[in-house]
Design a protein around this ligand. Structure first.
Ligand code: PEP
Length: 251
């Protein structure tokens, strides 16, 4: 049975004290835990160690928003997968559309990051999603297929560690959400690709999350779809009550 996951990407928000408060609030309020369900927060790097401490004894897990392509060396200002492993990171985002757009991350770089994370026993959440232009042109399925292409070079064992997040760029931070039907179409498409490339068992077991203006008012409908296994949440993850209301929508 694949895991249901709600992941909160805090991006570059919250100062240190606010971040600790938010983590504490999520941990304290997440009491209605269920088997097969995981709640993960992705604070900024600066907060990670302290949030690890804050979450101890709770059912909330933690991930990082990014890592470098190399394990160590002269890369001023960077953080490696090995460093993240050493403070207990369980997940890391890879290929978020903001990193693709603002930091020009390409397939080669994303592949390197995935390798580093897998070598460090950290589960990648690999993000994909089309732009508004792609959607209007009707080329969105091809775009998604192309973005996922690099994953098929990994072994089945490696792939089994990955989570996929479908995040249409036009829905991220815009308040405009994909309809549940639009999300289901893409999620089913992604699962079919996994089935073709990696086999039926991995297709069945891979969690595919939806991201893009997911909030308490639309989470139920989105998560009600067969191939939507939870969400990657941006804005609404900055408020513990909203975030946990989204968690409640997991079925
Ligand atoms: C995101 O950036 O991953 C995201 C889904 O953001 P938001 O929920 O704010 O659209």
């Amino acid at each position: 049975m694949r895991k249901k996951i709600v992941a909160g990407n805090w991006k570059m928000n919250t100062n240190f004290q606010e971040g600790i408060e938010l983590a504490k609030s999520v941990a304290d309020k997440y009491t209605d835990t269920k088997d097969g369900q995981e709640v993960v927060v992705f604070p900024p790097y600066l907060h990670l160690s302290a949030v690890v401490e804050e979450l101890k004894g709770s059912k909330v897990t933690i991930g990082a928003q990014n890592c470098h392509t190399e394990l160590k060396g002269a890369y001023t200002g960077e953080i490696s997968a090995g460093m993240l492993q050493s403070i207990g990171m369980q997940y890391c985002l890879v290929g978020h559309s903001e990193r693709r757009a603002y930091f020009f991350e390409d397939d080669h770089e994303l592949t390197q990051k995935l390798k580093q994370l897998l070598n460090s026993s950290i589960q990648p959440i690999f993000c994909c999603g089309e732009s508004l232009e792609d959607r209007k042109e009707g080329s969105y399925l091809e775009v998604i297929e192309q973005q996922l292409e690099l994953l098929w070079a990994f072994s089945e064992t490696e792939f089994s560690q990955m989570v996929i997040a479908y995040e249409p760029v036009w829905a991220i931070g815009t308040g405009e959400t994909a309809t549940a039907e639009q999300a289901q179409e893409i999620h089913a498409f992604i699962r079919t690709l996994i089935r073709e490339k990696m086999g039926a068992a991995l297709a069945e077991n891979t969690s595919i999350l939806y991201g893009g203006s997911c909030k308490p008012s639309n989470a139920n409908e989105l998560f009600g779809k067969d191939d939507v296994d939870g969400g990657l949440i941006g804005g609404a993850a900055l408020n513990a009550d909203d975030f946990l209301a989204i968690v409640k929508a997991l079925n």
